[in-house]
Design a protein around this ligand. Structure first.
Ligand code: TYD
Length: 397
């Protein structure tokens, strides 16, 4: 049974930054109702509304994996590990974005799949083989004809963005070699509930995986998880190492059982945990608005740092307008001088002195808290304060 537990109100498409302030409407399909549900049987958590992929992942997609030092380092370290542990002759990445991972491999050893043509162009220009198409069975039949099989399939923050998971895993099953390894990396549902990070939910994040739910899903395709890593990226992610059940070469790590035990201890297999979460989300909204309103009444100015998709959920759920957060700033070229969807707060180009015009910073990219505060320490010394809503809204001391 599918049971709804969270209503985040009317939301715009998160990564659709507006060229000019625009009043969005439901009738034009620019706003949708963001509800989140739990499937009591499969244990899968998903948003109810499905937006067609073409509307989200197209040649205007603004998200770039290489924009933070944290992510570049994470991909670099992972590529070293993959080379050492699995020695793949051929690795394929589903959702290769601007090449943050594949750039660490020799061109003849990697294939990228990236449907956003603006991003695919970046890595194609560097000489990588990129299929600028959606990951599905039709594409995979074409790849199989040319390469027969691949040794490692990797995908970070992409599979949860694809509606038809059966097609995703059927395609992986068709292309992965018998002893091949599948590595999937996505935000962790357990961390999301623990951190009260409801902003992990937006139109692109159709699913939020737990090890429990993924285990069930993989089993249908003859796959099993043999190891798990907890990562700090994207506010707490899980990296799943997966093999065919028939492949006895890889041993099952105790880390898998530890993760499953932790998820069950938290109650991820039961609806009650999700109900509790939804109460905490409402409390978070009330508290954040109190903080922002107090600062406004004190006539102080707040800058949003990181014009993230997550921040779009927060702004629209909490009804935060320009009177509360005056501007955002971001380093991503595609976002600069555009407006936060639904709330029309202008995104300014980042420069190292931008913070001097503000009294407070709201961490839109709270998942990069350490990196950002370190980068801006001279302003912290001068009295600039940071606000975060994770795990609960507060001004950082
Ligand atoms: P991310 O948290 O991955 O975003 P999303 O919620 O959209 O998936 O993205 C971080 C954003 O923050 C990205 O647009 C780049 C920006 N950013 C800065 O502008 N400066 C920084 O120092 C860092 C770390 C990120």
């Amino acid at each position: 049974m599918i049971k709804k537990f969270l209503d985040l109100g009317l939301q715009p498409l998160a990564n659709k930054y507006q060229k000019k302030p625009t009043k969005l409407s439901v009738s034009k399909g620019q706003l949708y109702n963001l509800n989140v549900s739990f499937n009591t049987k499969s244990k899968l958590v998903s948003i109810s509304k499905r937006i067609p992929s073409e509307k989200m992942f197209n040649s205007k997609y603004p998200y770039r994996s290489s924009m933070s030092h944290t992510m570049r380092t994470s991909f670099k370290n992972l590529s070293k590990k993959i080379k050492k542990k699995f020695k793949p002759d051929l690795l394929l990445e589903i959702g290769s974005n601007d090449g943050a991972l594949i750039k660490n491999f020799k061109k003849e050893n990697v294939i990228g799949v990236e449907p956003c043509k603006n991003l695919a162009k970046i890595t194609k220009k560097d000489g990588f083989l990129i299929y600028a198409q959606y990951w599905n069975f039709d594409l995979v039949k074409k790849i199989k004809k040319r390469f027969n099989s691949v040794d490692v399939i990797y995908s970070a923050n992409t599979i949860t963005h694809i509606n038809d998971l059966n097609n995703v895993f059927k395609s992986i099953n068709y292309l992965l070699s018998n002893e091949g390894i599948l590595i999937i990396e996505d935000p962790s549902l357990l961390e999301c509930l623990k951190k009260n990070s409801y902003d992990q939910f937006y139109n692109e994040h159709i699913y939020l995986f737990s090890a429990l739910a993924l285990k069930n899903l993989l089993s249908k395709f003859g796959f099993e998880i043999f190891d798990i890593e907890n990562l700090s990226t994207h506010g707490g992610s899980l990296r799943y190492y997966i093999k065919r059940k028939t492949n006895k070469k890889q041993k099952i790590s105790s880390r898998l059982n530890i993760q499953i035990k932790n998820e069950i201890k938290f109650g991820l297999h039961k609806f009650e945990a999700y109900k509790k979460f939804s109460v905490n989300v409402l409390k978070s909204k009330i508290k954040l608005l109190q903080i922002l309103n107090k600062i406004k009444n004190d006539k102080k100015k707040i800058l949003g740092y990181g014009a993230t998709a997550k921040a779009v959920t927060v702004l629209n759920y909490c009804n935060i307008n320009k009177d509360l957060i005056y501007n955002f700033t971001d380093t991503t070229p595609e976002k600069i001088n555009k407006y936060m969807p639904g709330k029309n707060i202008k995104i300014l180009r980042y420069n190292k002195n931008i913070l001097k015009n503000y009294d407070y910073v709201f961490l839109g990219a709270w998942n990069f808290k350490k990196e950002i505060i370190k980068k801006e320490k001279k302003f912290v010394k001068k009295g600039l304060r940071f606000i975060t809503h994770i795990p609960f809204p507060r001004i950082l001391s």
